[in-house]
Ligand binder design. Structure first.
Ligand code: SAM
Length: 291
């Protein structure tokens, strides 16, 4: 779990965002490569990437870069629809989803219990004002964002629908994982993507259980890629389309993790594109030790 390094860090963070500083800051500018035809506010994106490490949460730079790459693939293919996130915490990943959303034609839905986690005691209560302050520090008009303060299994079909991009990072029980995947599979458009967090995380095996149960019992979504601790899913008919896009080496411009390589592997019978650091070196190390 990433905590603020010091109390000062936390106060500084609060000050920066409450004053809308990221938006007005003309000096700090993170250099991130994105294609010039990527329809996103390049200036605000740079500010987001500058402040990423200041925001509490579990969303890493590599994951943010991967989301951007997927956003580019969808926008290049004129794939338009709503974005949705289950499990926002303080908005580290939600802010990027907000930047990816085209407010003219798309909506962003955010669902969280706000305050239902054990570690709230340690960090102070997480409430929705934190995320609202972040959003207001980036956008003049936040009407394209709707926050649902409840359990994800209480979401209705009207609240989560017509989505091109759904990020699941909420309840980590097997039941919640299954429920969220079922909801996502009903709520995406034909070329929509579902990204679920924490596959194969050793301290959260229930998420892996839920994912496997969903993928073996339902055929509405299939795995197409794995990166960091996330699994990317799409509709079975779109698997070829996304594999083709993911194979483009353009991802190397977006994702800058040193030593990142890719391999294609089978997961539950489907080919998946796996992004990982130094696969082959690690395998070589193991072989050397065995012999
Ligand atoms: C790991 S955190 C999310 C991290 C966040 N995506 C980030 O970028 O830092 C999980 C969040 O899910 C929320 N949560 C837990 N169970 C939930 C449920 N059943 N429905 C909705 N949200 C839930 C928690 O309140 C918590 O804020």
């Amino acid at each position: 779990m990433r905590k603020h390094k010091t109390h000062f860090h936390r106060l500084l963070n609060k000050f920066l965002f409450c004053t809308g500083f990221p938006r007005y800051n003309k000096f700090l500018f993170h250099k991130q490569y994105i294609n010039s035809d990527h329809r996103i506010n390049h200036r605000l994106l740079s500010h987001y990437l500058t402040y990423l490490d200041f925001i509490n949460g579990w969303f890493h730079r590599e994951e943010a870069q991967m989301f951007l790459w997927l956003d580019y693939i969808q926008k290049k293919g004129n794939i338009s629809g709503n974005l949705f996130e289950i499990g926002t915490f303080e908005g580290k990943s939600s802010l990027l989803l907000a930047l990816m959303t085209n407010p003219e034609s798309e909506k962003l839905g955010l669902c969280d219990l706000f305050g239902g986690m054990d570690w709230d005691l340690e960090w102070g209560k997480v409430n929705r004002t934190v995320i609202v302050d972040y959003m207001k520090s980036f956008f003049d008009d936040v009407n394209f964002i709707k926050i649902y303060e409840k359990r994800s299994d209480e979401l209705t079909d009207n609240e989560c629908n017509n989505c091109r991009f759904i990020h699941i990072d909420g309840g980590h029980s097997e039941e919640d994982t299954l429920n969220d995947l079922k909801l996502a599979s009903k709520s995406i458009i034909q070329k929509g993507l579902v990204i679920i967090d924490d596959l194969y995380l050793q301290n959260l095996p229930t998420v892996t259980d839920g994912i496997y149960k969903f993928l073996t019992n339902e055929n509405s979504l299939v795995p197409v890629a794995m990166f960091a601790k996330k699994l990317l899913l799409c509709k079975p008919e779109e698997h070829d389309f996304y594999m083709k896009q993911l194979r483009l080496t353009e991802w190397k411009k977006y994702i800058t993790t040193p030593g990142l390589t890719t391999v294609e592997r089978k997961l539950l019978g489907k080919t998946v594109f796996v992004f990982g650091v130094k696969f082959f070196d690690e395998i070589k190390d193991v072989t050397l030790r065995v012999h």
